[in-house]
Design a protein around this ligand. Sequence first.
Ligand SMILES: [Zn+2]
Length: 144
Amino acid sequence: MDFKIDNVEQFNNINEAHFHQPEKAIDKNSPHIVICPQCGGESYRFNEYCYNGKCTFGIKQYFDYQEWQEKEQRRKALLQKKSQRLVIFTLMGFVTCLLGLYLGSLHPVGYFVFFVAGYLALVFNKAGQHVEKEIKEIGTEEYK
Ligand SMILES: [Zn+2]
């Protein structure tokens, strides 16, 4: 048979042939039952298509995308907590650093505190920036 990509009727025929397979009854005890957002019928979570009558809604892709989005939101929430902690650590390091500077005027060990705390504050700050960048990227990433 000649196959023309711009022949819509040909495509329709192919779809009908494909989706006129005998419908399998839904097993009500299956943990993978989902409601098709297009036709409202029950289908299986991992079905490529809905299969309710002529409904050809892409079930698997739709729910894969939903799950991916939820996963990304959870990841974002975790990163935001991490970011908050790093801001607190950075501030604590900075305050300790200043305290070390003051102590250094009383005893040389204060300068040691100044350098160590100052270094840690920089490390925490850098890590915080990295986390912030990761958070920003979550909204812009494409679903694969
Ligand atoms: Zn459907």
